[in-house]
Design a protein around this ligand. Structure first.
Ligand code: COA
Ligand code: MG
Length: 297
């Protein structure tokens, strides 16, 4: 059983909250998550205009299968309270909190939402780790609050914060990228990977998304409609991977019952970690399958 992953979040597509046309379009693309942004995707002089536009889009658009998210400005920016007051009554499924630097920030948002919230299902929180302080505190952040279901790695902001130069290979962010996956796994929540800025490079995107999936990420961020399908595919187990996982799990059942902890399959050793990894693949396949049917369990 894969813990903490209550629903598929293979792709989070951002849309500037000041752009009504893009918000309308984003809701129709079949992305697992659509995130209306009030933070860095919105110009300073549009911050106030964007709030009612995002609230209206959350209320009025038909999101189909997509989970609807709103990203507020960072805690301490001076805009975070007004952002929450504007969007929480419009009932997003989740609030994304950027530049989280300690667990208190997650708790503050959770308590503020509690006061503003109406309706039955509690609003989920998704935090972003994208500065050095956030990374140093990621263990506490990952277990800060029951509403928190995922952490996102913001690689561009992180690199800027520590003074790293971004490269195609990404070695400069590998430590942070791996540490976030580990912290999320330890707390049983999802990890969502960095984004790929060159939205006209499908091959580069596929390579980056595949690497994220290999590192253990459950999904990735996106900024353009033509990234959604590639990203979602990269975070969906392939037919071959599913077939292979099924064989391992079936063979394991027989061998474990017969009292063998380790056995051979196709000239390779199989033991508990291999079986667990196969079970994870099957769990992920079940989740993406139920997601396709619009079933959010
Ligand atoms: N969501 C929904 N629709 C989008 C979109 C997005 N993120 N990005 C582009 N589109 C739409 C455009 O409106 C256009 O549709 P239209 O012709 O029907 O109007 C179509 O997709 C093609 O867009 P394109 O011309 O290729 O791109 P652009 O120059 O309009 O926009 C960006 C490029 C990067 C500005 C845009 O993709 C964007 O705003 N991305 C999100 C940025 C963001 O939120 N950043 C903060 C978080 S990292
Ligand atoms: Mg950022």
């Amino acid at each position: 059983m894969e813990t903490g992953e209550t629903r598929a979040r293979r792709c989070i597509l951002y849309v500037p909250g000041s752009d009504t046309r893009k918000m309308e379009k984003a809701a129709t693309l079949g992305a697992d998550c659509v995130c209306f942004d009030l933070e860095d995707g919105v110009a300073w002089n549009q911050k106030e205009n964007a709030r009612p536009l995002v609230a209206r889009a959350l209320r009025e658009l038909n999101f189909g299968v997509s989970e609807k998210l709103a990203r507020i400005n960072a805690i301490g920016s001076g805009m975070e309270r007004a952002d929450l007051e504007a969007v929480v009554p419009a009932r997003p499924d989740a609030i994304v909190i950027p530049k989280v630097s300690d667990a208190e920030q997650i708790k503050w948002v959770s308590e503020t939402i509690q006061r503003l919230e109406t309706g039955d299902s509690p609003i989920v929180l998704i935090g972003m780790i994208e500065n050095a302080r956030g990374l140093m505190n990621v263990r506490e952040i990952a277990s800060a609050d029951a509403r928190l279901q995922a952490l996102i790695f913001g690689a561009e902001d992180y690199a800027a914060d520590v003074g790293a130069t971004r490269t195609r290979e990404g070695l400069e962010v590998l430590y942070a990228r791996s540490a976030i996956v580990a912290a999320c796994a330890a707390s049983g929540i999802q990890a969502i990977d960095l984004l790929y800025l060159d939205f006209r490079d499908p091959e580069g995107l596929r390579t980056e998304a595949t690497r994220g999936a290999q590192l253990g990420y459950a999904g990735m961020q996106a900024i353009h409609p033509n990234q959604v399908e590639i990203v979602q595919e990269a975070f969906t187990p392939s037919a071959d991977a599913i077939a292979n996982a099924r064989r391992i799990v079936e063979a394991a059942r027989e061998h474990l019952n017969a009292g063998h902890g380790a056995f051979a399959l196709d000239n390779k050793m199989v033991d508990m970690p291999i079986i667990k990894a196969a079970e994870r693949v099957l769990a992920r396949a079940r989740r993406t399958n139920s997601r396709k049917l619009g079933n959010e369990t």
